[in-house]
Design a protein around this ligand. Structure first.
Ligand code: NAP
Length: 284
């Protein structure tokens, strides 16, 4: 009898909207890796039981989405440094009793910026909007990519300050010296890149930034994505930013990092992103 393909899934609540099964099916076709990849809906209080059942049935790995990333962090027995910095896990890999937790959101974003968009992060001055899980997950990978200055700005300024203090204590003085934080109004100026890691786009809104923050950036990226430019992308263009991007490239990038962790092979994100973009446009 032929052996069963290795099994993976994305777990969350809700989960029907997730594009991860499509992305991983495209990676599997591209690389020739024999995998199955499905969706797992877990009840709000049933994450650990759902993971246990998946493992008992031979599951090899999971992607984890809202609201379970902190629970996945608690469940993992070992963590990558970027998962430790993020305090959240979006990728679990199972090997016997071992459970490795990783966070691939940041590397996915960095790969999208440097490889696809072509902007070098070494020496760049970056304004990161938001202080939730998405912002937290990308701080260490951005610092490790060599950004010269990373300013966190959030609607609730105290959350950005608390995040800066927590990460500075965890990451040490060399990283801490490049981190600053405050509210949106005190974001400042002199940035090369603005990244929107807020959830404002989900209600078609853009974070309210002072006009001086838009003097200089060559690129603005929204982590939210869709068939049309988001409110943040439109605001950036109106403010004179020459290039805007949405979060679809990051989404495919983080999936490629998960696939590489599980399968030991890095798929080419570019054709998969093009296919996904075409499908989004066709469905609009
Ligand atoms: P979260 O933990 O709930 O944090 C939400 C953040 O958005 C907070 O900083 C919040 O500010 C801010 N916010 C919400 N509404 C706002 C508004 N109208 N104006 C200004 N700020 C606002 O969410 P998250 O997990 O960080 O996710 C943030 C976004 O990133 C989501 O839309 C998610 O879909 C997206 N994301 C995309 C990818 C990808 O691969 N493309 C990966 C991860 C996340 P306060 O603190 O003031 O409430």
């Amino acid at each position: 009898m032929p052996s069963r393909p290795a099994r993976y899934a994305v777990i969350g609540n809700p989960i029907a909207h997730s594009r991860s099964p499509e992305i991983h099916a495209l990676f599997a076709a591209q690389t020739g890796e024999a995998i199955e990849y499905g969706r797992l809906l877990a009840p709000p209080d049933g994450f650990v039981a759902a993971v246990d059942a998946f493992r008992a049935d031979g599951g090899a790995g999971l992607n984890v989405t809202l609201p379970f990333k902190p629970e996945a962090f608690a469940l993992a027995r070992r963590h990558t440094p970027r998962a430790l910095a993020a305090g959240a896990v979006n990728t679990l890999a199972f090997d016997g009793d071992d459970v490795l937790g990783d966070n691939t959101d940041g590397p996915g974003l960095v790969a999208d910026i440097e490889r696809r968009i072509g902007m070098a992060l070494g020496g760049a001055r970056v304004l990161l909007l938001g202080a939730g899980g998405a912002a937290r997950g990308v701080v260490l990978p951005l610092l490790e990519a060599g950004v010269e200055r990373l300013a966190l700005a959030n609607r609730t300024g105290s959350r950005a300050l608390a995040l800066r203090d927590e990460l500075a204590a965890r990451l040490g003085p060399a990283h801490a010296a490049r981190l600053s934080a405050g509210d949106l109004g005190s974001a400042g100026a002199g940035f090369d890149l603005v990244i929107n890691a807020t959830a404002a786009g989900l209600s078609d809104a853009a974070p309210a930034l002072p006009s001086e923050a838009w003097r200089g950036p060559r690129l603005a990226i929204d982590m939210v994505y869709g068939a049309r430019p988001t409110a943040f992308m439109r605001a950036a263009l109106e403010a004179g930013c020459p290039r805007v991007e949405d979060g679809l490239g990051m989404l495919v990038g983080q999936a490629a990092e998960s696939f590489a962790l599980w399968r030991g092979r890095r798929p080419d994100a570019a054709p998969v992103l093009a296919e996904l973009r075409a499908r989004l446009a066709a469905a609009a």
